[in-house]
Design a binder for this molecule. Structure first.
Ligand code: BGC
Length: 467
């Protein structure tokens, strides 16, 4: 199951034994009231959704032998202090969630308690961040032999997870560090960077009155400052704040009518899709932009072409800034892991390669061989081959490719997003045009669900001495 964006999803993944999967899934929008409630209300809602799903898709598991449990991968996309594969204590909420009594609690235990109250045959086997799931899924689906370095989400929120050498993780080796149990055999670890909270001190991030208004009115002022300039939950609100200032100070919409309860006057009411419509508008006199302003902001009556043009300029600036900022952590991780070195094998880490069994953690290797058959480059889901968007990747040799798995509504749907990311990468001195060409970005659609299922499977096998 997947909690962390606008929707809550439950899915069951069937491994077909030949590296392909089928997925059955159900999706519900999370009621806003639950996002700011108490942990009992949220987790009992989640458990009920699991119950509905299990009854529909796995009713056989309700049969008398309850020892036959389903093993659940729990994608929980918020910052946690993870102590074991199925244990993690919530550090803080993000993306509009605000449930104070859950802070500091083990979210797997909270969920398991509600599952048990309903008597469901389900065990929470693994706790997974969506970026880690994306990295896992992409490392199966990426074309060719190259391992995947980074899994990144640009959706409701933003974050990235990458493969790092254990000996560089000083946090793990500090005297007295309470880091829990972890496997040291590969010498590598997947790191969830939580880059959404980079530069909370605002030393380098751009700042405008519209960003400041958003932050002050958010449920978590002063944190997730990078995310608040980049991800889908926030772009509409930045636009709304800027349009309001133009309205009040520059007579914007002076010939139109705006009701008191219109979306323009309602905080958090503008979805990022509003910016997408306007960004892609190439109609004469900004017809689509004007219609979008009327429909989505609740501005009726006459809107001039100049007013529409002003809104379009704002939209373009907000989207472009988001994309160019997104390039920064991608570039930083590629540079820091030595991936831009002259020879590919000079890199510090190979990246996660679930196609090359020698490079991955023993448990996953065993599962891959035992359950999924011999590894091939075939796609893992019943879906078209993964999109590879790298404009010029065909001219880059396989060994030089730096593979990045991405997911989320902004990177998938925002017009021109990837091109702005690429243009910003070219501006990073260490990259230039040659370095940028080496980056291959591919959508790992629904990777968080597939990745969580894979990790749950490995966790189950390892816990039961099957690997
Ligand atoms: C969370 C991350 C998550 C990201 C993308 C952020 O708000 O802190 O854990 O990976 O959103 O969903």
């Amino acid at each position: 199951m997947d909690l962390g964006g606008t929707n809550f999803r439950v899915c069951s993944v069937t491994l077909k034994g030949d590296t392909t999967f089928t997925i059955a899934q159900s999706k519900v929008a999370i009621p806003r009231s639950l996002m700011v409630s108490d942990s009992k209300s949220l987790f009992s809602f989640l458990a009920k959704q699991i119950a509905i799903f299990v009854e529909e898709h796995h009713s056989d598991h309700f049969a008398e032998d309850l020892g036959h449990h389903l093993h659940l991968g729990f994608t929980f996309s918020f910052p946690v202090d993870q102590k074991a594969v199925n244990k993690g204590f919530l550090i803080r909420w993000t993306k509009g969630f605000d449930i104070p009594d859950a802070i500091g609690k083990d979210v797997c235990a909270l969920l398991q308690a509600e599952i048990d109250l309903l008597g469901l045959p389900v065990t929470v086997a693994a706790l997974v961040n969506d970026t880690v799931g994306t990295l896992m899924a992409r490392s199966y689906t990426s074309p060719g032999k190259t391992g995947t370095l980074l899994g990144a989400i640009f959706g409701t929120g933003t974050n990235g997870a990458y493969v790092e050498r254990l000996d560089r993780l000083t946090k793990m080796t500090k005297p007295g560090a309470d880091v829990g149990e972890y496997d040291k055999s590969t010498g590598e670890m997947v790191v969830n960077t939580e880059w959404g909270s980079f530069d909370n001190a605002m030393k380098v991030l751009p700042d405008t009155p519209y960003d400041r208004a958003l932050d002050v009115n958010s449920v978590n002022p002063g944190v997730q400052m990078f995310e608040k300039r980049v991800s889908g939950m926030f772009l509409g609100e930045i636009l709304r704040n800027a349009v309001l200032v133009l309205k009040d100070n520059a007579n914007m919409f002076s010939t139109a009518t705006i009701k008191a309860d219109s979306p323009l006057y309602t905080a958090w009411s503008l979805d990022t899709s509003v910016l997408s419509y306007i960004e892609s508008d190439d109609t004469p006199n900004y017809l689509v932009t004007r219609e979008t302003i009327q429909r989505e902001m609740g501005v009726s009556g006459r809107i001039s072409a100049e007013e529409a043009e002003a809104v379009k300029i704002l939209v373009h600036a907000i989207g472009k800034r988001s994309a160019r900022l997104s390039a920064v952590p991608i570039a930083a991780i590629i540079i820091a892991t030595g991936k831009l070195g002259p020879k590919p094998d000079s890199a510090d880490v190979e990246g996660l390669n679930l196609k090359d069994l020698s490079l991955i953690e023993q448990g996953i290797a065993a599962i891959k061989t035992a359950v999924m058959g011999q590894p091939t480059a075939a796609p893992i889901v019943d879906a078209p081959p993964p999109a590879t968007t790298g404009a010029s990747s065909t001219t880059v040799e396989e060994g030089d490719t730096i593979d990045v798995g991405v997911d989320g509504s902004v990177v998938e749907f925002y017009p021109g997003f990837e091109e702005h990311v690429r243009s910003a990468l070219r501006d990073v001195p260490e990259f230039g045009a040659a370095g940028e060409k080496r980056v291959r970005m591919g959508i790992a659609k629904d990777g968080s669900g597939v990745g969580a299922a894979l990790i749950a499977l490995v966790a189950y096998k390892m816990a039961n001495g099957l690997v």
